[in-house]
Design a protein around this ligand. Structure first.
Ligand SMILES: [Mg+2]
Length: 312
């Protein structure tokens, strides 16, 4: 795969993650008064400007496994998550300052060594945070790059990768819908055509699943919904909707990034989910240099992207 696409994906994802980190959990109301317009330091996690979080770490951990193993290796992916969780590998400042509850529980279950990797993820209704959606993008690029499509077999793999931490059908379908839309973008469609085709495909694959009704809003003139109806908390369906809605309602990387972050709530993750796709659409050259220049470990991220591109 073209290194430009992969660099765009990773740097777009990391940039929007980093823009969101200082205002994670800030309300939309607060951000209307004082919107994010640039990379800032401190805030929610007291980190230097340009610090990206678990979203980027787990994305890179997934990429590194795919690059080194040159295949889908669920055990190896989870071992990389353990390296991140225990040893702060794949982090911006050699410190792991955050982790989602469901992700932590799944990594700890795996660490005990009693369960196969795809049985470690949580399945309860209340474990549908956005923790698998935020790290799934490299798997989509890898599968599309090596197989030229995202169809039934590829969706099964996407579901399994989600299930390393998030095994509830709603989490798995969220990753699947995202994959179907990204595949359309990688095929050369613009965002609105890719969205239309992707959710049409989703209906084909998931239309008979009861859990699919959680996604009905995507089918009701979604792009035209007013901002008040777009929620941006940690629930995976909200994150998917917020990211897609912002992608559909902006035309350049900067506007996308600021729109998604200033929705508030789980800013860094909605940012990561939208920013990775925006990086693919607009290209790495459209990411503002003033943001890239403060991104922690930028050179290392670029190297990871270039390496990963060779196996896609
Ligand atoms: Mg985060």
């Amino acid at each position: 795969m073209d290194t430009k696409i992969v660099r765009g994906m990773l740097l777009g994802l990391a940039t929007c993650d980093a823009l969101g980190v200082p205002v994670e959990f800030a309300s939309r109301y607060t951000l209307k008064d004082r919107p994010v317009t640039k990379m800032i330091a401190f805030g929610t996690w007291y980190q230097p400007a340009g610090t990206w979080s678990d979203d980027t770490s787990m994305t890179v951990a997934t990429m590194e496994s795919l690059y080194r193993r040159k295949q889908i290796d669920y055990d190896d992916m989870l071992r990389n998550f353990v390296r991140w969780y225990d040893k702060a590998e794949f982090t911006a400042n050699d410190e792991r300052f955050d982790v989602g509850n469901t992700t932590r529980a799944s990594i700890l279950r795996y660490s005990r060594g009693l369960l196969p990797p795809t049985k470690c993820g949580a399945t309860d209704d209340n474990t549908n945070g956005n923790g698998s959606l935020m790290r799934i993008l490299p798997a989509i690029l890898y599968l599309f790059g090596t197989r030229g499509k995202i169809s039934v077999d590829e969706l099964k793999i996407i579901h399994n990768i989600s299930a390393l931490t998030h095994a509830h059908p709603i989490s798995k379908i969220s990753c699947g819908i995202y994959a179907l839309i990204v595949a359309q973008i990688l095929s050369g469609k613009n965002i609105s055509d890719a969205f239309a085709a992707g959710i049409n495909d989703a209906k084909t694959f998931y239309g008979n699943d009861t859990e699919f009704k959680a996604f009905t809003r995507l089918y009701e003139n979604f792009a035209s919904l007013p901002e008040e109806r777009i929620l941006s908390g940690g629930y995976v369906v909200e994150t998917l909707e917020a990211a897609l809605w912002c992608l559909l309602n902006t035309n350049d990387f900067r506007s996308l990034a600021l729109k998604v972050i200033n929705l508030g709530g789980d800013t860094d993750t909605a940012g990561a989910v939208a920013g990775g796709v925006a990086g693919i659409i607009y290209g790495v050259e459209e990411i503002p240099e003033e943001w890239l220049s403060v991104l922690r470990k930028r050179d290392w991220l670029e190297k990871m992207a270039d390496d990963f591109a060779t196996v896609c």
